[in-house]
Design a protein around this ligand. Structure first.
Ligand SMILES: Nc1nc2c(ncn2[C@@H]2O[C@H](COP(=O)(O)OP(=O)(O)OP(=O)(O)O)[C@@H](O)[C@H]2O)c(=O)[nH]1
Length: 480
């Protein structure tokens, strides 16, 4: 019997809740004539059924749509045979978008009493903890709902804008030709954009987790280490947010090397501690090739690829300054081919060119990598020897040995194969010597010009003395 009653009350309660949620006018029929209750947050006690009906209608008109009641708990308490108290805890979801009216739990207490064989509601108390009801206010659902939908519209608008900007950003990151990357404080890559795969062929998962240096050549690693060390030693702490830009060769998956210009910056936390690095790498292989071409045109002889007069002069200035500091002497060796004109006149300019190219090769083979071999113009060549002995005779002896080696090598026969359509054409054998003039320097000379003039004069003297010989300028060289 008790169970039946409880089931009945539960059904009535569910029905009440359903009608309340559906904003169903018939709900009012359930109230007893001897009704009392608390409206809104429980602030105002309603003494009559009619007043409660009025209030409920106002509440319903505020929010016409169906609301959703999310029941969390319902308990029934039998106060006596014909009085049962039902207490429920629940969340109220607003009609638009199912948003919660309040994050806190609402409580509804309904007291049912058997009146003439029917269970009627004699008391109702509701507590919805959004705020206390004002004097003439029941559930300020409408204003909350409006507020909520305004906020929701704003959230939707912002979300859309954010998604759009994220999509743009992603597009930029993914479509950009430049590689964007981030690294942790130990320089291990933690993010790399897809441009790297297009550029170097490595998938992002093959790069993430690897050290930044894995991308570079050994020379590149040395360069970057040097830069970082220099920055750490000399860097002003206030310059921590400055960009560091450098050019470095990068390894590709297929073994190619490409040039990249890296612009990187530190990531700092609020205390200024380094928490990582980020940057952009731009491929500059073409630009480097162009720069190299320009350098070649500006500083190298196009026929022999030896240094030209301009580069030789630069190197001579450097060698003279170094000599002054280190006290190690240097020498300028001037050469002019003997009777070169005859070859040109007999076999043509093209064959003459072949000889000049061959001479250049032989000269290079006679000296160390650090020495400069230049073509001064026509059939004139210059060799700059540096880091010789500190004593004049020692330096003179070293230079004489190199000059003699050059003289002997250049005097060996040349086989000049001119480019011709005739497959039978045989190579031209030619003999050619050079007259050589040497001037030693120790950096204390009045000018670079004095050294050049002295070597030139010594070469002319050698020519006058019968060619294929070496002449030494007086030491120290005489001022012009
Ligand atoms: N094939 C070729 N010849 C050049 C080039 N530049 C200059 N010459 C020629 O080199 C020759 C230089 O001649 P000289 O040094 O004056 O005379 P030489 O015949 O070498 O005689 P000596 O120097 O007195 O032994 C000239 O015939 C120039 O036309 C070049 O780029 N290619």
């Amino acid at each position: 019997m008790q169970q039946d009653r409880q089931r009945k009350i539960r059904e009535l309660f569910d029905e009440y809740i359903e009608m309340y949620a559906a904003r169903d006018e018939r709900l009012t029929e359930r109230f007893s004539h001897n009704f009392s209750g608390y409206a809104g947050s429980g602030a105002a006690l309603i003494q009559s059924r009619d007043e409660w009906i009025k209030i409920t209608r106002r509440d319903f008109s505020q929010v016409p749509g169906r609301i959703r009641i999310e029941m969390l708990d319902l308990s029934l308490q039998e106060l006596c045979d014909d009085v049962v108290m039902a207490t429920a805890f629940f969340h109220i979801h607003l009609p638009s978008g199912g948003h919660l009216l309040s994050r806190e739990v609402a409580r509804l207490v309904l007291v049912f009493r058997l009146e003439a064989g029917e269970w009627m509601i004699v008391h109702s108390g509701i507590s919805v903890p959004y705020h206390s009801a004002q004097a003439d206010e029941i559930y300020p659902l409408q204003s909350l709902q409006e507020e909520n939908s305004t906020l929701q519209a704003l959230v939707d608008e912002r979300t859309e804008a954010l998604q759009e900007s994220q999509a743009h950003y992603r597009l930029l990151m993914e479509d950009a030709r430049d590689v964007l990357w981030r690294a942790d404080p130990r320089l291990n890559i933690i993010y790399i954009s897809p441009a790297d795969e297009r550029l170097r062929g490595f998938r992002a998962d093959e790069v993430v987790g690897r050290h930044v240096f894995d991308m570079f050549t050994d020379e590149g690693i040395a360069l970057v280490k040097g830069l970082l060390k220099h920055k750490a030693l000399t860097g002003d702490p206030s310059e921590k947010d400055e960009f560091l830009t450098f050019e470095v060769e990068h390894r590709c998956k297929d073994g190619r090397l490409i040039w990249g210009e890296v612009t990187s910056k530190l990531d700092l936390d609020a205390q200024g501690k380094i928490i990582g690095y980020h940057g952009i790498t731009r491929e500059i292989t073409e630009r480097k090739a162009l720069e190299e071409q320009v350098r070649q045109l500006a500083f190298y002889d196009p026929l022999t690829h030896l240094a030209n007069r301009r580069l030789l002069v630069e190197h001579l200035d450097q060698a003279m300054s170094a000599s002054k500091r280190s006290h190690r002497r240097g020498a300028l060796v001037f050469l002019d081919l003997d009777n070169f004109k005859t070859l040109n006149d007999t076999h043509g300019h093209a064959v003459g060119d072949l000889l000049l190219v061959d001479v250049a090769k032989r000269l290079r083979a006679c000296v160390r990598e650090a020495d400069t071999v230049a073509r001064f113009g026509g059939d004139e060549f210059v060799v700059l020897l540096s880091e010789l002995g500190t004593q004049a005779d020692e330096a003179a002896a070293q230079t004489a040995a190199v000059a003699e080696k050059i003289r002997v090598h250049l005097a060996e026969p040349y086989l000049l194969q001119a480019a011709t359509v005739d497959p039978q054409a045989t190579a031209i054998e030619h003999r050619c010597t050079a007259s050589i003039g040497v001037a030693l320097f120790d950096g204390h000379e009045k000018s670079r010009g004095d050294v050049v003039d002295a070597a030139d004069a010594a070469m002319y003297k050698a020519k006058e003395d019968g060619r294929n010989r070496i002449g030494f300028a007086p030491c120290p060289v005489a001022a012009a």
